[in-house]
Design a protein around this ligand. Structure first.
Ligand SMILES: NC(=O)c1ccc[n+]([C@@H]2O[C@H](COP(=O)([O-])OP(=O)(O)OC[C@H]3O[C@@H](n4cnc5c(N)ncnc54)[C@H](O)[C@@H]3O)[C@@H](O)[C@H]2O)c1
Length: 331
């Protein structure tokens, strides 16, 4: 099975590529072009795995490139996107262009090149603050940020291609994913890296909002389970643990694991406009269990604790920690 992965050098994409190679799939990985020839997290892979990946540089907004590079690929996992919510306030047009036109290019290429499956990566942000919990796939969509709006559009275009052209599209909707390699724009890496850099006061935004934190290995497992699965075609599927924790509770758990007494300083610039803040996200994952036979390994308080330990162990490695500029607020 030849698999094309976009966003392959990023956080979730790099874990997915590694897992696909280990499972014996042929992987073609799209990484953004840069003059340094940097392949992001792929650069940190062991040589045996790296040698097996066909790595190409390019932009998902480049229609011709995507059309050419996806030829003879059976499956497309589309993860490339602009993902930071605060940066989407600053640069909304780039989000629309990358996340919507990029997805359209993937769908068109999949249609012309007759891909057997196209998996579009959505996000729990499309639901906005939970109107009921747990959130199933029928929950109303409510964009509270330009990022969420761009992802709703991308999802809907994907579903329209399934309905209009019978294109084998699946929408995978991860809830907040965390783990090794996640960038500092997300809450958990920013908490861990600030504490590990010996800050007794850590700077954070809203502590009350809650998230369904899912370890990246579980999220990736959900993507892998779509391969050879016909039931998931034309479906939107949540990937979340079914438990949620506030940012405040998460800080307490992390400081317990690290055995550090932490004081939190609320940094106003990290607080989102109140109508844009998503207060609560908690997934109903019965559909993923039923269709994909997916069950998160790390769920509930104990699972979250263990998943945080795995993440913290990775951050403790000096070569990893030094990549994080914890004194700077990274939107
Ligand atoms: N991390 C989460 O909690 C989370 C939750 C739900 C959904 N998602 C979705 O998962 C996907 C991966 O997110 P991530 O957390 O790994 O973020 P990430 O930023 O690490 O990965 C995104 C990758 O896309 C690449 N990219 C961006 N624009 C591009 C372009 N124009 N052309 C080519 N590549 C481009 C980036 O370079 C990056 O490597 C995204 O679609 C995101 O919306 C993430």
């Amino acid at each position: 099975m030849k698999i094309f992965v976009t966003g392959a050098s990023g956080f979730i994409g790099s874990h997915l590529v590694e897992k696909l190679v280990l499972k014996g799939h042929k992987v073609k990985a799209l990484v953004p072009y840069n003059t340094e020839n940097s392949w992001g997290w792929i650069d940190s892979f062991n040589l045996k795995i790296k040698k097996k990946i066909d790595i190409i540089s390019g932009d998902i907004t480049d229609q011709n490139l995507i059309l050419k590079e996806t030829k003879k690929c059976d499956i497309i996992f589309h993860l490339a996107a602009l993902i930071s919510i605060p940066y989407s306030y600053k640069s909304p047009r780039s989000y629309m262009y990358t996340n919507i036109m990029g997805t359209l290019n993937i769908l068109e290429a999949g249609k012309i090149n007759k891909a057997k499956k196209i998996v579009i990566t959505s996000t729990s942000e499309v639901y906005g603050s939970a109107q009921y919990i747990p959130i199933d796939e029928k929950h109303p969509l409510n964009a509270q940020s330009p990022y969420a709006a761009s992802k709703i559009a991308a999802d809907q275009i994907g579903l329209s291609y399934f309905k209009s052209f019978n294109l084998p599209v699946t929408i995978i909707r991860p809830f907040n994913t965390f783990g090794p390699r996640q960038s500092q724009r997300a809450a958990i890496p920013t908490i861990i890296s600030q504490i590990l850099n010996n800050n007794k006061h850590i700077k954070l935004g809203n502590l009350k909002s809650s998230r369904d934190f899912t370890l990246v290995h579980d999220t990736v497992d959900g993507f892998v389970k779509t391969i050879n699965n016909k039931k998931c075609i034309g479906q939107v599927i949540n990937l979340g643990t079914g438990s949620h924790f506030t940012i405040g509770e998460t800080v307490r758990l992390i400081s317990k694991i690290l055995k550090k007494d932490i004081k939190i300083e609320i940094d106003k610039k990290r607080i989102r406009p109140s109508k844009s803040e998503v207060d609560r996200l908690l997934s109903n994952n019965s559909k993923s269990k039923k269709i994909l036979n997916w069950k998160p390994k790390y769920s509930g308080k104990l699972g979250f604790y263990k998943a945080l330990e795995i993440t913290i162990d990775w951050f403790k490695e000096p070569k990893n920690l030094k990549l994080y500029k914890s004194d700077i607020y990274n939107v």
